[in-house]
Structure formats: C-alpha cells, structure tokens
Design a protein around this ligand. Structure first.
Ligand code: GCO
Ligand code: MG
Length: 405
C-alpha cells in the first residue's frame, strides 16, 4: 500500500477547521485535524508545500517511521505549526490502519480500559447564579464534572463568557482582527472563591468542579488562588500561570494542594517533561492536534503515567471532531486517562461536515466501534463554508499593559 495523495481542506462552518485527507493507492483514506486557532493557513501551507511531496509513495502503515521522519528528520523541530501538521498526518495514518484492519483505533492501542469516557462540561455565566443554573442542567443530564467560569464584575468582557450573546462554538469564529479584553486580578479574586463556595453549597458532592484561569495570574497569585479554593475540593485548577519557566509551578505547588492542570498549548513531550517529572501538575492537557497526533499523545501519556499524572485532553471548539474522535480512542485505551473536556458536537453546519457515531450518555462518551477513527468528512458541505481570517482576543491590564494568554 502506498500514499497516493494528500489533500488539505480549510472550512469555516462558524469557525475555521483544517482537515487533512491521506489517500492511498488502494482506495482507503484517512482523516486528520490540523487546526491551529488563528494560524490555520500557516499549517495548511506547511502541509501542502513541505509535507505532501515527501510522503507521496510511502507506506502508510509505517506510522512511527513517518512520525520520526517529519519530527526527528527535519532541521526545524517542534513548534505548533510543525506539530499540528505531523498530528494530522499521524491521525490519518491511524485511521487508515484501523480501516484496513477493520478495527476501531482503540483496539490497535491496546483495547478498552473503561466502559466510557468521562467528560467535563462548561458552565459559562454572566453571574454566579447564571453559571450555577447552567451547571445544574448538566448535572441533571448526568455530567459528573463541570468547569465553572463567570464574568468578572467591573470588567467590560470576560474571556470565554458570553452569556446568551453568542454561541460558544462560534466564539472567536469570525474576528478579522484581534479584539482586546481587560484583566484585573483584584476584581477576579473578589469573584472566584464565592463562585466555588456557592457551587459547593448548592450541589455538595453531586459533581466535581474545575476552573480555567487562562494563565492570567502570576505564580504567587496562582498559589494564593489555589489556597483560597482548597475548601471546595476542585477537580483541578487549569492554566493558573504561564509555565514558559517551568519553575513557576514549583512555587505554586509548594503552597497549595489544589490539583493543577496545564498544557493545552504544548506541542511535545519536551514542553511538559519537567512539570511531569517533578510532579508539579496532576493533569496534562495536551491535545492530539497540537502535540503530534495519537503517536505524540501516547508518548506523553506513558511518560506521565510513571509520575502519577493523568491526561485531560483539551476539548475546546477549535479542535475538530476528528481530533475529538482521536481523543476518544486514546482516552478509552489509556490507563492514566483522567477526564475529557467537552463543549458539544458543534453547530449544525459543522455536524453536516463531520459525521460520526459517538454517543453521549450520562456525561460520558460511548466510543464508536466503526473501523479507524470513525469520522466521515463531507467535502461538498465543507466547500460551502469558506475560510475566514479570525483571531483570539488580546488581553491587557486596566492601565493598558499587555498581559498573558
Ligand atoms: C479550554 C481553552 C479554551 C481556549 C481556546 C483557544 O480550556 O477550553 O483554554 O478556552 O481559549 O481553545 O483557542
Ligand atoms: Mg484552557
């Protein structure tokens, strides 16, 4: 079997997705997700110009060798664009292998370790009351874990909280220039402990809660927040501080027992090596699309297992259903899997493009037994939704100082 062609599609059913199709000379093809939010055309061009010509004629079954060829074999290793391109090819090759074997990918990864994949849902509200009302609906549907985010009083807009102004799926879907948002740690600190105190009061232990700081705090502020939230037994506190300097997490860890999660922007095992090895985090949030596909994720998960770190893959709307499916196969077959972020299956237009049989039951995904990854991509539907340049917002302190993502 040989790789005959590689096609790259950029489509915007409300937000941009980059999809790769690896076609073989035997008619079997595989799909992969290469979406890097706000940098979609960079990955598409990397794939078309720098990856496609090198892979035509190769044996698609040699997944590890092709992974190393694109990673170790190039002078410019790592980085989000390269690793998303590798990821998409890798997912497509696993998809092909599964289709040829007539087995779902999780069977090739070792088979099921659990009956279903536990998810956490998002409750994003304008007020604490709104947030908890949304959380209640998820608890009634059977979700056991929920992320709580509330708009910060006194700031014009809080990242990720849109009330009913816009669907979360389309958040940042069509912003041709980066919008700007404010940040204030003192205002945030007034709100967050109260949010979790009220959640605990209202729900007791009917569900576990987590929270995403989107790296807006300094290490000492993160340590303080972790301490303030200890009485509420969070599932985890995510991206409290940026960890370019991984020593930041030594300081945070030293001060708090609130579990810490990090790594949705990480691209390789090297980005999280020190954090995992020094047991400075509890959950690694790497995603298949951004950390080298199924092969890259397996390397990270196996390394994390020996340090008691569990996986909690990123599941924001900017990862396509192909990435989500790849996560399902990994999550069901990885012993040190923790929890999967879930924001729904996308809007109607997206569901017409990406078709699958993943079933949501009681806050869990029942993984599809379809051969390969189990996702179909409708090229005609995709062609109806053209790429639109779009950016995430930029964050500034109230005095105009540019601030962390
Ligand atoms: C998450 C992420 C998202 C990101 C988004 C950026 O945990 O789901 O932090 O909220 O903002 O993926 O593209
Ligand atoms: Mg996050």
């Amino acid at each position: 079997m040989k790789i005959e062609d590689i096609k790259v599609y950029v489509t915007n059913p409300g937000r941009n997705f980059v999809t790769v199709k690896v076609i073989t000379d035997e008619g079997v093809y595989g799909l992969g997700d290469a979406t890097v939010n706000g940098r979609e055309m960079a990955v598409a061009s990397y794939l078309e110009e720098h990856v496609r010509p090198c892979l035509i004629g190769r044996d698609p079954h040699q997944i590890e060798d092709i992974w190393q060829y694109l990673y170790m074999g190039v002078y410019w290793r790592r980085g989000p664009i390269t690793m998303a391109a590798i990821a998409a090819i890798d997912m497509a090759l696993w998809d092909i292998k599964g289709k040829v074997a007539n087995l779902p990918v999780y069977q090739l990864l070792g088979g099921k370790c659990r009956t279903g994949v536990t998810l956490y849902a998002h409750a994003n509200g304008e007020t604490i009351e709104d947030t908890l009302d949304i959380a209640e609906k998820y608890i009634e549907q059977g979700f056991k874990a929920i992320r709580l985010q509330t708009a910060i009083p006194g700031l014009s807009e809080t990242y990720g909280v849109l009330g009913d102004r816009k669907d979360y799926f389309e958040l940042q879907g069509n912003r041709p220039l980066p919008p700007e948002q404010e940040w204030s740690t003192p205002k945030y600190f007034e709100l967050v402990p109260e949010l979790f105190a009220k959640a605990k009061e209202r729900f007791g232990n009917r569900a576990q809660f987590c929270h995403d700081v989107h790296s807006r705090l300094t290490p000492i502020e993160s340590a303080k927040l972790g301490k303030m939230l200890e009485p509420y037994n969070l599932l985890f506190l995510e991206d409290a501080s940026i960890a370019e300097n991984q020593d930041n997490y030594k300081l945070i860890r030293h001060h708090t027992t609130t579990p810490l999660a990090l790594g949705e922007t990480y691209n390789t095992i090297w980005d999280c090596k020190d954090l995992i090895q020094n047991q400075l985090i509890d959950y690694i949030r790497a995603a298949a699309t951004h950390a080298g596909g199924i092969t890259g994720m397996k390397k990270i998960a196996d390394f994390a297992a020996i340090y008691n770190v569990r996986t909690a893959p990123h599941g924001a709307p900017d990862l396509s259903p192909i990435c989500f499916a790849a996560h399902m196969h990994l999550n069901i077959s990885t012993h040190n899997y923790g929890v999967q972020e879930f924001v729904g299956f996308g809007n109607e237009a997206s569901q017409k493009i990406f078709k699958h049989e993943m079933k949501l039951e009681n806050g869990m995904i029942m993984v599809s037994d379809a051969p390969g990854l189990g996702v179909e991509f409708d090229e005609e539907e995709a062609a109806k939704h053209e790429y639109k340049r779009s950016y995430l917002p930029v964050s500034r302190l109230e005095d105009g100082t540019l601030w962390h993502w």
